[in-house]
Design a protein around this ligand. Structure first.
Ligand SMILES: Cc1cc2nc3c(=O)[nH]c(=O)nc-3n(C[C@H](O)[C@H](O)[C@H](O)COP(=O)(O)O)c2cc1C
Length: 235
């Protein structure tokens, strides 16, 4: 049995990568991990040349990657959350899977799991990923999310920048309570003179947020890997 992990996070050793690798490991199967930012998989150009052949006509790394997808019994797909959506690397990969759908729905019956990491909108990404794979006839056995490191924690000017991500998601600005302040309570202290998009003022207590420090998150990845294993045993 083969399980293929595909990460759409461009960050080295990212939280997305850690969760995908943990799931892969827990399947106990033959696994492979691929990072889309290290290869070339461009977006679908809607040429429709794949309709009868089920082969994408674009000459890039999807040529060999699609073979690995077809050989895999299970797929574990993960992405960071960028602008409320999956990364462009992941979006392009999903679009290219279109070539396998036409007429024959060649990915039908594969087992799949999805991972999304973000600051606020990661649930939408996990759901979108799962729906995209369902559209390919795959069975989703787990879809998990985790909180990651907000870029403003590591970019440098974060603490004093007027346009930080935590202020962008604030109730004052959006009218919604997205829960960023609560989720990052141990990582960030907003100072009394902080005014969203007028005057940024905060203290970053911990720069990086790693899923490896969060037992509940790691347990969920382990559980999904075991669920894939169980499903594969029944194949
Ligand atoms: C260009 C860019 C846009 C981002 N936009 C969002 C966003 O809209 N919502 C969100 O929750 N996080 C956003 N983030 C934060 C990332 O999702 C966060 O850093 C996450 O930890 C990335 O996961 P990874 O480290 O596993 O790649 C953005 C980050 C970048 C670089």
């Amino acid at each position: 049995m083969k399980v293929l992990g595909i990460s759409g996070s461009p960050t080295k050793n990212s939280n997305t990568d850690t969760l995908i690798k943990t799931i892969l490991e827990a399947t106990g199967a033959q696994t492979e991990f691929i990072k889309l930012s290290e290869i070339k998989v461009g977006p679908c150009i809607a040429c429709m040349k794949c309709v009868r052949t089920n082969e994408c006509a674009i000459n890039d790394d999807f040529k060999w990657l699609s073979k690995k997808v077809m050989e895999a019994d299970a797929l574990v797909i993960g992405s960071s959350t960028f602008y409320g959506a999956a990364s462009a690397f992941m979006k392009a990969f999903i679009e290219r899977l279109y070539s396998k759908r036409h007429v024959k729905l060649l990915t039908r019956g594969k087992i799949a799991a999805t991972v999304a990491v973000g600051v606020a909108a990661e649930k939408m990404v996990a759901e979108w990923l799962a729906n995209a794979l369902r559209a390919g006839g795959m069975e989703i056995v787990g879809s998990m999310t985790a909180k990651g490191t907000p870029c403003c924690f590591v970019c440098g000017p974060g603490e004093t920048c007027n346009y930080t991500v935590w202020n962008a998601y604030s109730k004052e600005l959006t009218g919604m309570d997205i829960g960023v302040a609560e989720a990052y309570r141990d990582y960030l202290e907003l100072l009394p003179d902080n005014k969203p998009y007028a005057h940024g003022s905060a203290r970053i207590l911990k720069k990086h947020r790693s899923v490896a420090d969060e037992p509940a998150v790691m347990d969920e990845a382990q559980r999904i890997g075991e669920a894939i294993k169980k499903k594969m045993e029944g194949l």
